[in-house]
Write a protein that binds this ligand. Structure first.
Ligand code: FPP
Length: 249
């Protein structure tokens, strides 16, 4: 990588602040491997992963990103051992308790992507408190994927749309891609410009399937607990050097 010898400040000078991606989505992966490498239980990796959430939220908001979507817990993650699930929920609660005041002061609005009804009550209540507390904020929107799956989101959207059609609220001829997108958890939000997946895996894992039709992908081998400001800036510089054609020439 030709930027590897540059300092953060030098890297920042390479950024075009007029072309910061409006919406960045991140599949936070590699916490377990990070912990394994250190002979620590997996939840230590998730805990360190939370510290990167704090860092990346702060950096993104300062750079002028308008929407940041973080995949924290998928509909498939319920298959993990119960103590890991409990640990993840506790880390989520700890994050909100520790960070909510700062998020609020930084004008960040928190939203959940996913069906939070299935979360344990102690976690669901904190998530709802975070959403309510920050609902009037007008800075960056932080979407946290919780019990989220892209296919499930589309199916849920179809059911909501069906209800609206049945109730006569919408005519079938008026449904188009844009209208349908407002039946998704990302209602009224622009699609991600950039999707980042660390940890060396090259797959989408059911994240934002409808929304990423024209999203630019950025993969890196770094494990999420090591994914820092520098990596985020590198991904944005790379994004800014791409030519997005949206199927045109
Ligand atoms: C995937 O890594 C990561 C997760 C399933 C959890 C992500 C959660 C956090 C970063 C915790 C904090 C989140 C918030 C929003 C406060 P993995 O465990 O599958 O890693 P592996 O593939 O190396 O095993």
């Amino acid at each position: 990588m030709k930027y590897k010898d540059l300092t953060i400040e030098q890297l920042k000078q390479k950024l075009d602040y007029n072309k910061i991606p409006k919406h960045i989505a991140i599949i936070m992966d590699g916490n377990g491997r990070w912990a394994n490498k250190r002979l620590l239980p997996r939840n230590f990796g998730h805990k360190e992963g939370m510290e990167r959430v704090v860092e990346i939220v702060e950096v993104s908001s300062t750079l002028g990103v308008k929407y940041l979507s973080l995949y924290a817990f998928s509909t498939e993650n319920w298959k993990r051992p119960i103590d890991e699930i409990q640990g993840l929920m506790k880390i989520l609660v700890q994050y909100i308790r520790r960070e909510l005041e700062r998020l609020y002061k930084n004008n960040i609005r928190i939203q959940a992507l996913g069906d939070i009804e299935r979360l344990p009550d102690f976690a669901k209540e904190e998530v709802i408190r975070a959403i309510k507390t920050t609902s009037e904020n007008t800075g960056m929107t932080l979407n946290i994927g919780l019990n989220y799956g892209g296919r499930g989101e589309i199916v849920t959207g179809i059911k909501k749309l069906y209800n609206d059609i049945s109730a006569g609220n919408i005519n079938i001829d008026d449904i188009d891609e844009k209208v349908f997108s407002n039946y998704l958890y990302t209602k009224n939000q622009p699609d991600p410009d950039l999707l980042i997946r660390p940890s060396g895996e090259l797959r989408l894992s059911n994240f934002m399937l409808y929304q990423i039709a024209y999203t630019e992908f950025w993969f890196s081998d770094t494990l999420w607990p090591d994914f820092n400001e520098r990596e985020l800036i590198l991904s944005i510089i790379d994004f800014q050097n791409r030519n997005r054609r949206y199927g045109g020439v």
